[in-house]
Design a protein around this ligand. Sequence first.
Ligand SMILES: [Zn+2]
Length: 137
Amino acid sequence: MKNEPCPFCAIVSNHLKAQVIFDWENTMAILDHRPIAEGHCLVIPKLHLVDVTDIPTLLGGEIQALISTVVKSQRAALGTPGAMVMNNNVVSQHVKHFHAHVIPRRIGDGISILAKNRPRQGTAHLEEVSAKLRSQI
Ligand SMILES: [Zn+2]
């Protein structure tokens, strides 16, 4: 993968065709070509940034605003009441250019990112994990 060109940068520079839904100053929303559901979009920064830790705060605002706009568009266009917004970082991230999946959802559509084995954790354990995470900020 090292020397392969980035497909999202190629889309931004108009060297690779994609279904562009919104083209904003620093971000774009495109249709995922392997959708989990009809209308599944990807929100990407135009700058090649690998994962969420690379996103500057101001750009994050535009990304969030575009995600919100995509959800509104999906609701209006597809009649989907909900949406799942997610992104993978490093693990399971096939394209190493930040992208947020915005997947329209309907009740009973069977779409889930839930792992099969997700036992409920006790409060003490949750507090311990929370404290660990807070200590790193
Ligand atoms: Zn890129």
